[in-house]
Design a protein around this ligand. Structure first.
Ligand SMILES: Cc1cc2nc3c(=O)[nH]c(=O)nc-3n(C[C@H](O)[C@H](O)[C@H](O)COP(=O)(O)OP(=O)(O)OC[C@H]3O[C@@H](n4cnc5c(N)ncnc54)[C@H](O)[C@@H]3O)c2cc1C
Length: 388
C-alpha cells in the first residue's frame, strides 16, 4: 500500500486537471490518477463554449496563453422556430470584452497536461484505471490498476472527477437522472457569411440548435431525437448541409461545407449531494448537464476553483474533515442547484411545441430585450454563475 496522500483526484479531464493545477504550491501531497495514457492527449472532437468567468479562472491557473486565441463570442442571437420573439445579447452592454470563447476540448486538455508536467509537487499517474473507491470517517482510499498491477492509494480526501456515475455511487451518492430522448450531433460548418463573433441559439420543438463562432467557421451543436440524429450522421455532406439549412434557416448565411460529425447522448444526471464522507464529486461526476446553455464545464470549473480555495484556507488541517468541507458545500450549493435548474428548465420549456408555451417563450425572449435588468441578471448567471 502507498503512503496516505492528502488528496487523490480520480480523473484528469478538464475539471480534475484544473483542480490539481489550482493546488500546485499548496504544500499538500496531491495525486491525480488518469486512465488515459497521457493527460494532455485527447481525440475528443467536441468544441466547448467557455464563459468569460472561466477565462478568468484559466488566467489564474496560468493556462490562458497556452490556449492560443480561442474564438470570442461577442454577441448571441437567441430565437425560436415557428414563433415570434428574439433576443440579442451583446458583450459591450455589460462592459465585457466577450461573453465567452470557443475552443476544442482536446486543446484545453493539452494545455492542462503541459502545465501539470511543469508542476513538481503534483503527482500525475497516467494510464491508471481506478476500479474502486472506499471512505470511512477515518480516511478514504482508491483501488487502481496499471498494466495488470493493482495498487491501493489511501487519501484524506478523495475527489471523484471521472465524468461518470459508477465510482460516485460506490462512494454513496444518490444519482438522479432525466432522459431527454435527445442526442447532440456536433461538427464544424462553414457558411457564406463571416460569423463576426456572433453565436446563434435557435430553439426548435426537436431541441435547440447552436452555432458557435469557431476560428473561421461555426461549431454546430444540433440536438435531435436519437433516431433522427443517427439519420443525420449517415447523410452525405451535401444532404446534411441541406437538412441543416432547412432546419436552421438562413440567418447565418448559406451552409457551404461540413467537417467530421459525431453524436453524443444527452441527459440530465446529477448526484443529490456532491459532498460525501471524505469525498467530493466534481464536474460531470457531480452533474452532467444538457449542453443547451454551455454550462457544464463552466460550473465544474467554478466548483474546482472554490474547492481548491477552501482546501488552501483550511491550512494544514485535514482537507477531508467535515469542518473543512462544510464551507465548500455551503459556498457552492446555490450556484450548483441554479445551474442544474436553469439548464433543465430551458430544455423542457424550449423543446415543447405546445402553442401557449410558444407564445410565452416569444414573450420571454422579447421581454429580455426590453428589460435591461432581466437581461443583466441572465447574463450574470450565464457568465459568472449564481451567487446569493
Ligand atoms: C456535445 C457536448 C457539448 C458540450 N458543450 C459544452 C459547452 O459548450 N460548454 C460547457 O461548459 N460544457 C459543455 N459540455 C459539457 C462538458 O464537456 C463537460 O462538462 C466536461 O467535459 C466535464 O469535464 P470532466 O473533467 O468533469 O469530465 P470528463 O471530460 O468526462 O473527463 C473525465 C476524465 O476522467 C478519466 N476517467 C474516467 N474514468 C476513469 C477511471 N475509472 N480511472 C481513472 N480515470 C478515469 C477520463 O479518461 C477523463 O479524462 C458539452 C458536452 C457535450 C456532450
Amino acid at each position: 500500500m502507498d503512503s496516505a496522500r492528502d488528496l487523490v483526484i480520480v480523473g484528469g479531464g478538464p475539471v480534475g486537471a484544473s483542480l490539481a493545477l489550482a493546488l500546485a504550491g499548496s504544500g499538500l501531497d496531491v495525486e491525480m490518477v488518469e486512465a488515459r495514457a497521457t493527460v494532455g492527449a485527447s481525440s475528443d472532437e467536441r468544441t466547448l463554449a467557455i464563459s468569460y468567468g472561466t477565462r478568468l479562472i484559466f488566467e489564474r491557473l496560468g493556462i490562458w496563453d497556452a490556449l492560443g486565441v480561442p474564438t470570442p463570442i461577442e454577441t448571441i442571437h437567441v430565437s425560436q422556430r415557428g414563433g415570434f420573439g428574439r433576443s440579442l445579447i451583446d458583450a459591450r452592454d455589460f462592459d465585457l470584452p466577450a461573453l465567452g470563447y470557443v475552443l476544442r476540448y482536446a486543446r484545453l486538455q493539452r494545455a492542462l497536461g503541459e502545465a501539470l508536467a511543469g508542476c513538481r509537487d503534483i503527482r500525475v499517474s497516467q494510464g491508471v484505471q481506478v476500479d474502486g473507491v472506499h471512505a470511512t470517517a477515518q480516511g478514504a482510499a482508491i483501488t487502481c490498476r496499471q498494466d495488470e498491477r493493482s495498487r491501493v492509494i489511501p487519501a484524506r480526501l478523495l475527489v471523484i472527477a471521472d465524468g461518470g456515475t459508477r465510482l460516485a455511487e460506490q462512494a454513496g451518492a444518490k444519482i438522479r437522472s432525466r432522459d431527454y430522448a435527445q442526442e447532440a450531433v456536433v461538427g464544424v460548418v462553414a457558411t457564406s457569411s463571416p460569423h463576426a463573433a456572433r453565436a446563434f441559439e435557435r430553439f426548435t420543438p426537436e431541441g435547440p440548435v447552436a452555432l458557435l463562432p469557431f476560428e473561421e467557421r461555426y461549431a454546430l451543436i444540433w440536438t435531435a431525437a436519437p433516431a433522427a440524429a443517427e439519420g443525420l450522421l449517415a447523410l452525405s455532406d451535401a444532404r446534411f448541409l441541406a437538412a441543416l439549412q432547412a432546419h436552421f434557416g438562413d440567418r447565418a448565411g448559406r451552409f457551404l461545407s461540413t467537417g467530421a460529425r459525431a453524436r453524443f447522448p444527452l441527459s440530465l444526471r446529477y448526484a443529490s449531494e456532491s459532498v460525501l464522507l471524505r469525498t467530493v464529486l466534481l464536474g460531470n461526476a457531480a452533474q452532467a448537464l444538457h449542453p443547451i446553455a454551455g454550462q457544464g464545464l463552466n460550473l465544474g470549473l467554478r466548483d474546482a476553483w472554490d474547492l481548491a480555495r477552501t482546501i488552501r484556507e483550511c491550512g494544514g488541517t485535514d482537507p477531508g474533515a467535515e469542518s473543512c468541507l462544510a464551507g465548500y458545500r455551503n459556498a457552492r450549493r446555490f450556484d450548483r442547484a441554479g445551474g442544474i435548474a436553469v439548464t433543465d428548465s430551458l430544455v423542457r420549456i424550449f423543446s415543447n411545441d405546445a402553442a401557449p408555451l410558444r407564445v410565452l417563450r416569444g414573450g420571454a425572449l422579447a421581454m429580455l430585450d426590453v428589460l435591461p435588468a432581466a437581461k443583466r441578471a441572465f447574463v450574470q448567471r450565464m457568465v459568472f454563475g449564481g451567487s446569493l
